[in-house]
Write a protein that binds this ligand. Structure first.
Ligand code: UD1
Length: 366
């Protein structure tokens, strides 16, 4: 019987941990899974609604660290998590993704000699200005089992000198959640409540510090989005960081006078209901690049790089950066010549990654 502490902290963690915990609980003779929520995200809309939508059991531990600078937040998570590890003495701690909670908990375990499994290992944007890139590199360097979503990730790890026996290509748990919930998301009233019909809208998400903390960059993005929204209305569920900066930079009136419609962040099923019906998605998120690829929805990524190149090579993603003209050109290209929607789903994005993760943990042993 393996005792596994599963860590969640921020919004993009919840849909990754849900299928893993479900699978570990199903195999009750082999695993004893516990859930630790660091509290990096804490709002109803950023956290609680995801537990409900995804059917994640209530956390066994809630560390309630909240928002703070990177150093303070990371330190608070470490300080609060160490006693939990000492008390529970798990066989494995399982961390997902690339948020501050991921590296903080991995580091605690590395120092205590407790084994860490990293789900979504090996992704690299090669942009160290991105806090997530630092979290990815460091977490991989100290993890004992590196569970990857794509073969480019295996190659990245091999290049960094990680021993082949630590790396296991298991596929994408985010897509496990997508396929598991797609049918359920059709019952959501999100689209209907926004009075959207057909594929007559685009969906936008934007929250990277590099895009929304710099007034000139954010202003340039807004210029492109204003122009696109004249042809196709854009629905924009706004992350708290982004909303604060719209106020700070005085962009509220520009947005109000455009075809961009700001709404509150949506829960998992409501957001899926919304983006799955969109003609176009514009985003700087990591996960949405993958979800649009799995559903063959055209996606423009408003960043200069991506740690998920497979979504470009096989999927529907295009990297367009932050130059307003380039963004407009790409968006108008899609609107003028809608691409044929043919899903080319990357290998092992098949809804069964959690099963392979459970098998990999068992094979690695207690
Ligand atoms: C974090 C992750 C990022 C992920 C994003 C998804 C890191 C380094 N970044 O960034 O990878 O894509 O989550 O959302 O871990 N806030 C609230 N309520 C909340 C949470 C945050 O109002 O529940 C506000 C706070 O003012 C906070 C700000 O949002 O200061 C930013 O939150 P933070 O967790 O620091 O980083 P994110 O930008 O959300």
């Amino acid at each position: 019987m393996l005792k596994i502490l599963n860590i969640v902290g921020a919004r993009p963690n919840f849909m990754k941990i849900a299928p893993i915990v479900r699978e570990l609980r199903r195999r009750e003779d082999e695993f004893r899974p516990l859930i630790v929520h660091t509290g990096q995200h804490y709002d109803e809309a950023m956290s609680d609604s995801f537990f409900r939508d995804l059917g994640i059991p209530a956390p066994d531990y809630h560390l309630e660290v909240g928002s703070a600078s990177h150093a303070v937040q990371t330190a608070r998570i470490m300080t609060a998590f160490e006693p939990v590890v000492l008390e529970e003495k798990p066989d494995w701690v399982l961390v997902v993704g690339d948020v501050n909670s991921t590296i903080a908990c991995a580091l605690v375990c590395a120092k205590l000699g407790v084994r860490v499994a990293h789900v979504e290992a090996g992704l690299r944007s090669r942009d160290r200005a991105m806090p997530e890139e630092i979290n990815r590199i460091l977490t991989d360097a100290i993890s004992d089992l590196l569970l990857t979503t794509s073969q480019d990730a295996d190659e990245n790890l091999a290049q960094e000198g990680v021993a082949a026996e630590k790396i296991k290509f298991v596929g994408n748990v985010m897509i496990d959640s997508l396929f598991y919930n797609l049918e359920r998301s059709k019952a959501s009233k999100a689209r209907e409540n926004l009075e959207l019909t057909g594929r007559d809208y685009a969906v936008l998400t934007l929250h990277r510090p590099s895009n929304v903390d710099d007034e000139a960059v954010f202003g340039g993005l807004l210029e492109a989005l204003e122009a696109i929204s004249e042809r196709l209305p854009i629905v924009f569920p706004v992350h708290p960081r982004t909303r604060a900066n719209i106020e700070k930079f005085g962009f509220g009136e520009r947005v109000a006078n455009s075809g961009i419609r700001l709404i509150e962040p949506l829960g998992y099923l409501d957001f899926m209901n919304l983006y799955s019906g969109a003609r176009l998605v514009l985003t700087d998120s990591g996960g949405l690049q993958e979800e649009t690829t799995a559903l063959a929805i055209p996606c423009l990524t408003l960043r200069e790089n991506t740690e998920r190149p497979i979504t470009i090579e096989m999927g529907t993603n295009q990297l367009v950066g932050t130059n307003p003209d380039k963004i407009k050109q790409a968006a108008f290209g899609i609107l003028d010549n809608p691409p044929v929607r043919q899903a080319k789903i990357p290998p092992l994005w098949d809804g069964r990654a959690a099963e392979r993760i459970a098998a990999a943990l068992l094979a690695a042993g207690g």
